[in-house]
Design a protein around this ligand. Structure first.
Ligand SMILES: [Ca+2]
Length: 217
C-alpha cells in the first residue's frame, strides 16, 4: 500500500480551501476548451493503408462478402489483401486487390460535418499477374441523407509494362461537400476476371470550403 510521507501529508492539510477550488477550475478548463475547439487532425478514415490485419509475407488472404478488414467491410464479391513482399505497396507493407476470384466492393463509414469540404486521396495500381491489362473501378462517397447524394470517381489503370516490383502507383483524388453528418466511402472493381485494380494509402482530409465550390454533391 502507498503511504504518504509526513511532508506531503502536511502540505495537503496546509492547503487553504481557495486553493482546492482553483485546482478544480484548472482541471475542468481543458475539457471545456476541447468541446469548443475546431476539428483536430484526427484521421477521418482508419486502416486506409490496409496494414491490418497483418498478412503473412509473400502471400495474400481473400476476404469474401460480409467479412471485415478492420473498419472496412466487403459488401460485394471478394478482395485479396496482400502481405509484405507479395508486390510493391504504396505505403507500409500491404495493399488491396479489389478483385479476389471476382469483382469486389469494400466500404467504410465516414463521420462528416455538414457543409464541410473533404478530399479523398488514394494510390492506384493494378494486379500485374493476369488480364485484362486495363483495370477499371470506382471510388464513391454515398451520403446518409435524403436521396443519398453521391460523388463518384471512376478510375482506370493500365498494367502494361508493370510488375510486382514496379507497380507504378498513381495518386488519385476527388472531393465532396458533406450534406450529411455521415456517409460511406466505397471502392469497387468493375474489371472482372480476378486480377483487379490495386489500391493503397487511402486518406480523407478536411479541405478549405473553396476547394468544393465546383463539386456537385
Ligand atoms: Ca499499405
Amino acid at each position: 500500500m502507498l503511504t504518504r510521507s509526513p511532508q506531503v501529508s502536511r502540505l495537503i492539510s496546509a492547503l487553504p480551501p481557495v486553493c482546492a477550488i482553483a485546482l478544480s477550475v484548472v482541471a475542468i478548463a481543458p475539457a471545456a476548451h476541447a468541446r469548443t475547439a475546431p476539428p483536430g487532425p484526427a484521421p477521418l478514415l482508419a486502416n486506409g493503408g490496409f496494414e491490418a490485419p497483418g498478412i503473412p509475407a509473400n502471400s495474400f488472404i481473400r476476404y469474401g462478402t460480409g467479412s471485415t478488414i478492420g473498419p472496412w467491410r466487403v459488401s460485394e464479391g471478394n478482395v485479396d489483401l496482400t502481405g509484405a513482399n507479395f508486390w510493391q505497396s504504396a505505403d507500409g507493407r500491404q495493399s488491396l486487390d479489389l478483385e479476389g476470384s471476382e469483382s469486389g466492393t469494400i466500404e467504410q463509414h465516414l463521420a462528416t460535418r455538414i457543409g464541410g469540404c473533404y478530399t479523398v486521396t488514394f494510390a492506384l495500381a493494378g494486379n500485374p499477374d493476369g488480364g485484362p491489362a486495363v483495370k477499371r473501378g470506382f471510388a464513391r462517397v454515398s451520403q446518409h441523407t435524403l436521396g443519398h447524394p453521391t460523388v463518384q470517381k471512376n478510375f482506370i489503370f493500365n498494367t502494361a509494362g508493370k510488375s510486382r516490383a514496379n507497380m507504378g502507383y498513381v495518386p488519385q483524388r476527388f472531393r465532396f461537400r458533406a450534406l450529411a453528418s455521415s456517409g460511406t466511402l466505397i471502392f469497387a472493381s468493375t474489371t472482372g476476371g480476378g486480377y483487379g485494380p490495386v489500391i493503397d494509402a487511402v486518406n480523407v482530409t478536411q479541405s478549405n470550403p473553396i476547394e468544393c465550390r465546383l463539386v456537385r454533391p
